[in-house]
Ligand binder design. Structure first.
Ligand code: MG
Length: 384
């Protein structure tokens, strides 16, 4: 079967809890999501989604994704949709870089394969281990007492794992962690995520001052070398997120003994196919694994939680329910959440029914049915 048409939509997804703040004064009001539908010549279809966190989080921005898709999607028309890894190699040949844009296409190919075969994503990617995955909730940066109150609120909503956003002034961050730790039961799992905002000096000060508190440290510094220096001085579990942008850096980190766990974000690495490769290397070395994304609603959440479900329970850290972060929806999906865990939809592919009316008019269509822009030849001819 071959790809007959690729339709690209945009959906603005405002945050339910208002402005989201992380280190360095960076903030976002919602996710600017790009949704992709791939239709094959046999009538089967699959859906994918990619939403960056603002333009500041990863080397990715929403209009960049759509511009890259305008470049890439027309060149995939007529390609065999069954060979997903081959199509990933082809996308990498046709467009150097821009993994975040390719992530939505790759996700749609997995959804298509699942719908055609009748198998859910978890079955396609190794087999479900159980029926649910642990969730975390992020505590955006606020005053320490406000973060403590929000932690209590999230625990009342059922979350059992919290990610404390740090990475500003070290003394204030120490107070943030102390306030949150003091407000939650001792069994509550805390991650402290600096999103790479600190140097080694700030990180060492934080580690010394919080020696007696129970938490996992996530991405204290931006560069590989700074985090490696911290690793040698840090006895507590260390997880890297922003650094993990492909299989190569994970192999290097394993050789250096740098990480106890990793966070894999589908958009950062280029989609489910490449996330699965990284995930499987991590499984081979017994690392703790988080699989999530940079944003999105039901389509995206179904994808990363499905891949998380086929990750061994003993190695799972947690994932996130991004569809509950936003005030809009893009699919009917039966996510069940209880006791801090989420059960992904069980149907074929992503297990969702996309609500096309929620997406509005397409940004563009490549392939049969509609032509959204002049062909390259016509564009070149008209430019002469
Ligand atoms: Mg993180």
């Amino acid at each position: 079967m071959t790809i007959a048409r690729i339709t690209v939509y945009r959906q603005w997804q405002p945050f339910r809890d208002g402005t989201y703040r992380c280190s360095g004064g960076r903030s976002a009001e919602g996710f600017d999501s790009t949704v992709v539908k791939i239709e094959a010549d046999d009538g089967a279809a699959g859906w994918g989604e990619m939403a960056p966190l603002g333009s500041f989080y990863d080397p990715a921005f929403a209009e960049g994704a759509r511009a890259a898709l305008r470049e890439l999607a027309p060149q995939l028309i007529g390609a065999d949709d069954m060979g997903i890894e081959a199509l990933n190699r082809r996308m990498d040949l046709l467009l150097n870089g821009h993994p975040y844009a390719k992530a939505a296409l790759d996700m749609a190919l997995w959804d298509l394969a699942g719908r055609r075969s009748g198998l859910p994503l978890a079955a396609l990617t190794g087999g479900a281990d159980g029926t649910s995955v642990p969730l975390y909730r992020s505590l955006a940066q606020e005053a320490p007492d406000a973060m403590a109150r929000r932690a209590t609120k999230y625990l009342a909503e059922g979350y059992r794992r919290l990610q404390v956003k740090i990475g500003l002034d070290v003394d204030e961050d120490i107070a943030r962690l102390e306030a949150v730790r003091g407000a939650v039961p001792s069994g509550t799992v805390l991650f402290c995520d600096a999103n790479g905002s600190w140097g080694t000096a700030e990180t060492r000060r934080f580690l010394m001052a919080t020696r007696n508190l129970d938490y996992t440290l996530e991405q204290p510094c931006a560069t590989y070398e700074e985090n490696l220096a911290i690793r040698r001085a840090c006895e507590r579990p260390l997880v890297l997120d922003e650094t993990i942008d492909g299989a190569g850096v994970l192999l290097r980190a394993l050789a250096d003994g740098l990480v106890d766990g990793i966070t894999i974000k589908l958009a950062r690495v280029g989609g489910i196919t490449k996330a699965k490769l990284i995930r499987d290397i991590a499984i081979a070395r017994n690392l703790k694994i988080t699989i999530e994304d940079t944003g999105g609603a039901e389509i995206d959440t179904a994808a990363y939680s499905g891949l998380m479900l086929s990750t061994p329970e003993t190695l799972r850290q947690h994932t996130v329910d991004f569809h509950n972060w936003v005030t809009v929806s893009n699919a009917r999906a039966n996510f069940r959440i209880a006791d801090g865990r989420m059960t992904p939809p069980a149907g074929p592919g992503l297990g969702i029914e996309v609500d096309e009316t929620a997406l509005g008019e397409p940004v563009f269509v490549a392939g049969a049915g509609r032509v959204s822009r002049p062909s390259r030849r016509r564009a070149r001819a008209s430019a002469r």
